[in-house]
Design a protein around this ligand. Structure first.
Ligand code: SF4
Length: 364
């Protein structure tokens, strides 16, 4: 049985150069945590996110200074930029005028219809999509009073907000339904999925620090993607947002949906290991983050199970007594002293990937 079910059918929208929904690939996004008006810091963070593979980035626009800064930010980055707006519709108008690629609003907290209409007219004029970002922590008062902060309430809020936009003739919509726990998040998306064809941005919001955040995101986003639900994803961590992108791609890789960069397989070590494998694995993992080749690398603690367990890998090492045994495709190549193991392994990886690139270059 396939790990990932058939992808949910949606309408397709455009966000800058990016297609979202329908048969477009599931894309990985993040949000900056710099002050948006600090253009240098925000651009530096977005460029770091781009290097990690980020495909869409959102910035908070809490005031007019931030809205005015988006033009300078946009000019210096390469991926679509979304302005995240709450309450003040004029910030959405200013962000649109200053070149963002998309808006994230919650019509419920923008207020009067004339303000929502002004945002919609502006989005139409600039060809910008709008994400309706429903959050269990900030539901419309009447809906929360009626249903509590439940998946049902989140779905009602989303449907009401989609209706508001569609009644104004606006259809370039994406929706997110986020709660801080996996159960409500997954249930809300499952409930909404058969009721609309708008693409979904999925994630578990305010998921927590590294361990809780990664775990909740992997389970929540993973369950939904496995059911074919989700067109863009964001892992939410109380960390450097670059970690969100790395985690997002690992979730996609684990599900077999997309691959980016090298894959590292490493054993947990046991009493058979006579080499400092933790350090070797950590250094290798860090170095592989700088490489883009799709290669499978194994770091194993011993020869008993090492090459055999990792024979699926393209290259790897198995620990011996203060030495490592280099192997390729499960076959032993040579022994290397522990001290120069990581350097030599990386040299081999670079040479293998360079060879592969040359062969591919000749073919094309
Ligand atoms: S590869 Fe060797 S050291 Fe690592 S867990 Fe397996 S048996 Fe233990």
């Amino acid at each position: 049985m396939a790990l990932v079910g058939k992808r949910r059918k949606t309408r397709q929208i455009r966000l800058g150069q990016q297609s979202i929904g329908s048969d477009a690939q599931v894309s990985v996004q993040s949000m900056t945590n710099t002050r948006t008006q600090d253009v240098a810091a925000t651009v530096a963070q977005i460029l770091a996110l781009e290097s990690a593979g980020c495909e869409i980035v959102r910035v908070a626009v809490p005031d007019m200074d931030a809205a005015l800064a988006v033009r300078q930010i946009k000019e210096r980055i390469n991926i679509p930029l979304i302005a995240d707006i709450h309450f003040d519709y004029r910030l959405a108008l200013a962000s649109a005028e200053h070149g963002v690629d998309g808006l994230r609003i919650n019509p419920g907290n923008i207020g009067e219809e004339r303000k929502i209409k002004a945002v919609v007219d502006c989005a139409k004029a600039h060809k910008l999509p709008i994400r309706v970002g429903v959050n269990a922590g900030s539901l419309e008062k009447e809906i929360e009073k009626r249903y509590g902060a439940t998946p049902k309430a989140m779905v009602e809020s989303a449907l009401a907000n989609i209706r508001v936009l569609e009644n104004l003739g606006f259809y370039d919509i994406k929706v997110s339904l986020k709660a801080s726990d996996v159960e409500r998040t997954v249930e809300a998306y499952r409930m909404l999925a058969p009721l609309t064809d708008v693409p979904f941005h999925v994630g578990v919001t305010e998921a927590g620090g590294l361990y809780a955040g990664i775990t909740k995101s992997a389970i929540g986003i993973g369950m939904l993607l496995a059911e074919g639900i989700g067109d863009t994803i964001r892992v939410s961590l109380t960390r450097d947002p670059v970690e969100e992108i790395r985690t997002g791609f690992e979730i996609l890789r684990a599900l077999g949906i997309r691959k980016r960069g090298p894959e590292l397989i490493s054993c947990p070590t046991c009493g058979r290991c006579n080499i400092d494998l933790f350090k070797i694995a950590e250094q290798t993992e860090k170095a592989l983050l700088e490489r883009n080749a799709q290669i499978k690398v194994a770091i194993m603690g011993c020869v008993v199970n090492g090459p055999g367990e990792a024979k699926e890998a393209d290259i790897g090492i198995a620990g011996g007594d203060g030495k490592g045994i280099l192997f390729k495709k499960g076959k032993v190549v040579r022994k290397i002293d522990q001290d120069c193991l990581v350097d030599q392994l990386l040299e081999e990886i670079d040479s293998m990937t360079k060879d592969a690139e040359e062969i591919n270059g000749k073919k094309s």
